[in-house]
Design a protein around this ligand. Sequence first.
Ligand code: ADP
Ligand code: MG
Length: 700
Amino acid sequence: MDNQKSYFKTTYLSDLTYIKGVGPHRAAVLKKHGLQTIQDILYYIPRKFLDRTHIMKINSVRTGDEAVIIGKVIAKGIKKNRKRNSFQVTISDGTGIMTCVWFHSISWITEKFVEGDLVAFFGKVDFYNGLKLVHPDFDLLDSGEDPINTNQIIAQYPSTAELKSMGFDSRGFRRLLRSIFLKLEEYPIDPFIGLNTGTVRLIPLSDAIQSIHSPETLEKIKTAMFRLKFEEHFFFQILMALRRCVLREATGRIFDKKGDYVKRIYDRLPFTLTKAQIKVLREIHHDLKSPIQMNRLLQGDVGSGKTVVAMLTAAIIIGHNGQAVVMAPTEILAEQHFTGLKKYCDMVDINIVLLKGGITGDERASLLSKIKDGTAQLIIGTHALIQSDVIFKDLALIIVDEQHRFGVDQRKILIDKGYHPEILAMTATPIPRTLAITYHGDMDVSVIDELPKGRKPIKTKIVTPGRLPKVYDFIKKEVEKGRQCFVVYPLIDDSEKMDLEAASTGFEKLHKKIFPKLKVGYIHGKMKNDERDIQMQDFIENKSNILVSTTVIEVGIDIPNASIMVIENAERFGLAQLHQLRGRIGRGTEQSYCILVQRKKTEAGLHRLGIMEMTNDGFEIAEEDLKMRGPGEFFGTQQSGYGKSLIVNFQEDGAIIRKARQLAFNIVEKDPHLTGSPHQNVRKKFMQKYKSMLDFVNIG
Ligand code: ADP
Ligand code: MG
């Protein structure tokens, strides 16, 4: 290539400072918003489009119309009013007259118009004292200012106060893009050129980019959006396919026989496994038998019985003299797993240990040596497990609970402590399908979609505080029948002190005034562990009837006799959290009840509680949660930039995601290093635009 020439060429990788009107100062602000190169701006997707192709006559507009009107300014002036001043411009287009009104930015607007000017106005038509356009957009058509708004479909860009202060409102972005299109000599790499995309029809990338920023028809915008969405999902799926491929290339081990431990645990189970549990165990065993490393996600709602599945999986590995770990995101969860699994381990003399963050000195040293010499067969812990002094004799199975709460790098460190260990991720957070195949697209998925027999669906009801006396009477009756009850108070980081006070006050009231004859326990997160354990143990043994708590009980307990849960200030909880909480009841054979006390009315809160009242199905709740919060929030962590993408929409993109996934997986299966000539551009663009997502995928 001619270096001299390309040096001066304006390409998609050029810095924005090359563009007229973008000085260092404005460039710095754009950069702060993630917009540094021309490519960044080209992929800056409008948030909506306004159709201004249909110019209307004043005598034909109606109230409520989104109108484009072109007329001459016949009068202008500031109108003083008792309440507030306004600036008014009256225009005529030959068929009638209409007034445009501004209540703010008056001094700036006042300067803009001269009588006799031809102006295009865009706005919603209102009617009071005649036809009005309030705060319309406008283009001066006579002033030599280039009309970039009129007779077109107008892209509206996302912006911030800071961007606007630099002139980057929608109009500013449109100007910037226009300058870019005038200068741009090389468009971003089109990965699909020369590629067989099967039945999926994709327009060239340069066309799509132009259609998005200077759209000609609504139809073209649609085709362009499809093209751009497809590309975004495609590269994410390429990443998933590559990750999966790396695991598949690694030769895992063969764990063929189920072994003695499995048989013995099986014989001692106090229940028979559900069909779903058996199906999932079969899928897992199939992976363990094959030389390909297992990389499986086990989804199952709270209470669906994942623990015993995890145990039987670990038992196969331990039967082959391998070690298994369970890594959980919090201490409480780790403790719960430890307690839950220990029951089974004790039946068959498997040596299980819990490695907690707080353990130090000799105790820690002794634990570490057991892990190192293989005495510890099943190891439970938190992030503490990835510390460098934790060394295994033969780590052969990793079970990661709620893995989206760990970074890829953290998982990687743990994986490297073993020799191609089998990986089982577990989650009680039901994940909508479109999200599962994107965020967990590199894994096989197993679902326990059936609850153990005999569970009655929980009845859920929203109440206002006025109804509480009735609720308390109901609780008394249920307790007389032998049942137990949780009362949960929210505990949010931001208002922790006040929340703790509310919970203590609530406890005092319930304990002294409302249920003086019953035994009421109280636990909260700030309590010493032994004290909490005593309270917990009392409740487990049915020595206390009611347990008041802050959100600490979200995870960690299994008390089938507890059949009522009152959730205070329920509107403050998110859907996922409400679902998790509610999962603590409905575990026995008696009918369970969940009472959501709503103290503050907000629309979003009411919507959430309404969903809880309507369904017990975790997947349905998850879909709603995703709709309300978006994927980034849904997972509680920001994932590799994808969640922030302006163009993807997980509610709407399901079909696109599936097609993009199929194409990506086909390509990587045939050409895992993307070195084949039709894949040159795929590879180039992946390395150039999606490199930061690469993490640990090595494509050579
Ligand atoms: P999860 O971890 O999926 O929330 P658990 O494994 O804790 O669920 O199981 C919830 C409860 O159901 C436990 O008390 C467990 O002993 C019990 N359980 C698990 N599987 C079955 C089954 N097949 N039949 C009856 N009870 C079961
Ligand atoms: Mg295997």
